[in-house]
Design a protein around this ligand. Structure first.
Ligand code: ADP
Length: 289
């Protein structure tokens, strides 16, 4: 069982002839909306991977449609609380060349409720997992609670902030980062990520694949990415993380879990959108066959 304290965003994509300059008013030529936020994307990926996931989060009274989409994807949404703040959203402006500009309003994501977190984690057992990203409040409180119950805590260190990683490190069994975040972290802490006091480090490397490091045994399992024609890489990391954590939590070896995750992420980059682009386990298995 995986508990995921994570962000829930409404993503609004606007197609524009060019990115607006200061003072400019510009009419969009197209608009699309969808479910997003690293937390929600990862919960959807876990559910599509076939593992049980309980999402802990918050939306405003304009966010029920996002919760409905998560429920439809198979996520347990009973611990998503109604905040008095508006639902978080991302305004993504895209020009004809695919260049973008993004504004994020964190809203309800920063208004997590301690009672809700405690109530959700009261159902957690030793060996269950808590997954976190850096887009909500109460990360350290939740990690402390889960670690105290003997649960495994995984942290996807994005959006990257060295202080956020440092305050979570004592509770982590798994740290997940991409290559850029790994470089930033080792610069900030003055040591290699493989020498951090955390049992496992999962590093994703875009089209170069991903590495699972067991820092106690000093063993690395590397999995290549699948060659595909990428049309939209947003959400590749979240798809990979969700599938990897789902696999590990259900007892798959790092090799098998990461291979599935790489296939799921490869499929997702061939599709537009974020949560909608995440494939089901059946699609992943067909791809691997
Ligand atoms: P993030 O989106 O967090 O920066 P990465 O770019 O490292 O994460 O991508 C995560 C995973 O998604 C990679 O390990 C890889 O398996 C897959 N992936 C990303 N980009 C591509 C691509 N262009 N082709 C195939 N797989 C990709």
């Amino acid at each position: 069982m995986i508990f995921n304290l994570g962000s829930i965003n409404a993503d609004y994509f606007y197609s524009l002839p060019h990115l607006p300059g200061p003072g400019e008013t510009l009419a969009a030529t197209g608009m699309k909306s969808g479910l997003g936020g690293k937390g929600a994307n990862q919960s959807v990926a876990i559910a599509r991977a076939g593992a049980e996931v309980c999402h802990i989060g918050a939306v405003g009274n304009d966010g029920q449609w996002l919760v409905d989409r998560m429920t439809a994807a198979g996520v347990d949404t009973r611990h998503i609380h109604l905040s008095r703040h508006p639902t978080a959203h991302a305004i993504v402006m895209i020009d004809g060349q695919g260049e973008n500009q993004i504004v994020i309003f964190p809203g309800a994501n920063h208004d997590q409720n301690r009672d809700v977190v405690e109530k959700a984690l009261a159902n957690g057992q030793r060996g269950d997992w808590l997954l976190l990203q850096n887009e909500t409040s109460l990360q350290v409180e939740a990690a402390m609670l889960a670690a105290g119950k003997g649960m495994n805590v995984a942290y996807s260190a994005a959006p990257f902030h060295a202080d956020a990683v440092s305050s979570l490190l004592p509770f982590l069994s798994l740290l997940i980062l991409n290559e850029i975040e790994a470089r930033q972290l080792s610069q900030a802490l003055g040591r290699e990520v493989l020498h951090l006091p955390v049992a496992n480090v999962l590093m994703t490397k875009g089209a170069k694949g991903a590495d699972w490091h067991d820092t106690r045994l000093m063993q690395t399992t590397s999995v290549p990415a699948f060659p595909v024609t990428a049309v939209d890489t947003t959400g590749a990391g979240d798809t990979f993380t969700g599938y990897a954590v789902a696999g590990i939590s259900t007892g798959l070896s790092p090799q098998t879990a990461l291979r599935r995750a790489a296939a799921a992420a490869a499929i997702s980059v061939t599709r537009l959108g974020t949560a909608e682009a995440i494939p089901t386990l059946a699609e992943v298995q067909a791809f691997l066959d």
